[in-house]
Design a protein around this ligand. Structure first.
Ligand code: DHB
Ligand code: MG
Length: 223
C-alpha cells in the first residue's frame, strides 16, 4: 500500500489520538469551514490545544485574536477563559465572520466571544485610541504583511505578563530569503526585526512540523 502521509503527519495523528478527546464542536467547525470553502489555514488540533494551554497558563481573562477565519482557534482559546472572560477576535471578511459566528454558537461560546468586522489595523487603532483595557493573551494570525503593525498594536494593548503569539513565522524557511519580494514574507521579517528592537519582552520562536507542514510560532511575554 502506498503511504501518502509524512512522518510528521503520522505523528500528529498518533498524538491526536492519544491526547485529544474527540470533540463534536471542533470537528463540526472544521467540517463547516471546509464545506463553505474557507482557506485551510486554521491551526491544527494539537496547535489549538497548545494555544489553549498557554492561555490557561497565564490565567487569561481577556484574549485578543487578530484574524478569526472560521473561528477554529477562537474555540480553543475561548475555552481557556473563565465564565466571565472575554475574547475579542478581529476579522476583515464578513463571510468568514458569519461562518465563525455559527461555529462559535454551536460550540456554546457566543457569550464569551465578540467578533469585530473590519481591517484589523483600523480596529486596533480604534481600540488603542479609546483606551480599551489591555489583554492577557494575544494571538496574531491574520495577513502576514501586516504583522509589524499588529505587533506594535499588541504591545500597546498589553500589560506585564501578557503573552503574545504570532502564527506562521517559518513557512518552510521563506524568511531566510533576504531578496524576497513577497510582502507576506517581508511582513514576517520586519516583525522579527521589530521584536529584536522591542525592549521589555522575553521572546522566542518555536519551529513546528506536523499536519501543517514546517512552520512555527513566535512567542513573547511582556516583562
Ligand atoms: C497561511 C496563513 C495562515 O495563518 C496559516 O496558518 C497558514 C498559511 C497563508 O496565508 O498561506
Ligand atoms: Mg496561521
Amino acid at each position: 500500500m502506498t503511504k501518502n502521509t509524512s512522518l510528521p503527519e503520522d505523528l500528529d495523528a498518533y498524538f491526536e489520538s492519544h491526547l485529544l478527546p474527540s470533540d463534536a464542536a471542533l470537528e463540526a467547525a472544521d467540517h463547516r469551514s471546509q464545506q463553505v470553502g474557507l482557506v485551510p489555514h486554521a491551526v491544527s488540533p494539537l496547535q489549538g490545544a497548545f494555544l489553549q494551554i498557554l492561555a490557561k497558563a497565564v490565567s487569561a481573562r481577556r484574549i485578543l485574536e487578530i484574524g478569526t477565519l472560521g473561528g477554529y482557534s477562537t474555540i480553543w482559546l475561548a475555552r481557556a477563559l473563565p465564565a466571565d472572560g472575554t475574547l475579542v477576535s478581529l476579522e476583515i471578511s464578513e463571510a468568514n465572520r458569519a461562518v465563525a459566528l455559527e461555529n462559535i454558537s454551536d460550540a456554546g461560546l457566543s457569550h464569551l466571544v465578540d467578533i469585530r468586522l473590519g481591517a484589523a489595523a483600523d480596529l486596533l487603532q480604534a481600540m488603542i485610541a479609546s483606551g480599551e483595557p489591555s489583554y492577557d493573551f494575544i494571538f496574531i494570525d491574520a495577513d502576514k504583511r501586516s504583522n509589524p503593525i499588529y505587533w506594535e498594536s499588541a504591545l500597546k494593548l498589553s500589560h506585564k505578563g501578557t503573552m503574545i503569539i504570532v502564527d506562521n513565522v517559518v513557512r518552510n524557511g521563506a524568511i531566510l530569503d533576504d531578496e524576497t519580494t513577497d510582502p507576506d514574507v517581508i511582513g514576517v521579517q520586519d516583525l522579527l526585526d521589530l521584536m529584536s528592537k522591542s525592549t521589555g519582552i522575553t521572546a522566542t520562536a518555536l519551529q513546528t512540523v506536523g499536519s501543517k507542514g514546517h512552520d512555527g510560532f513566535a512567542i513573547a511575554m511582556v516583562d
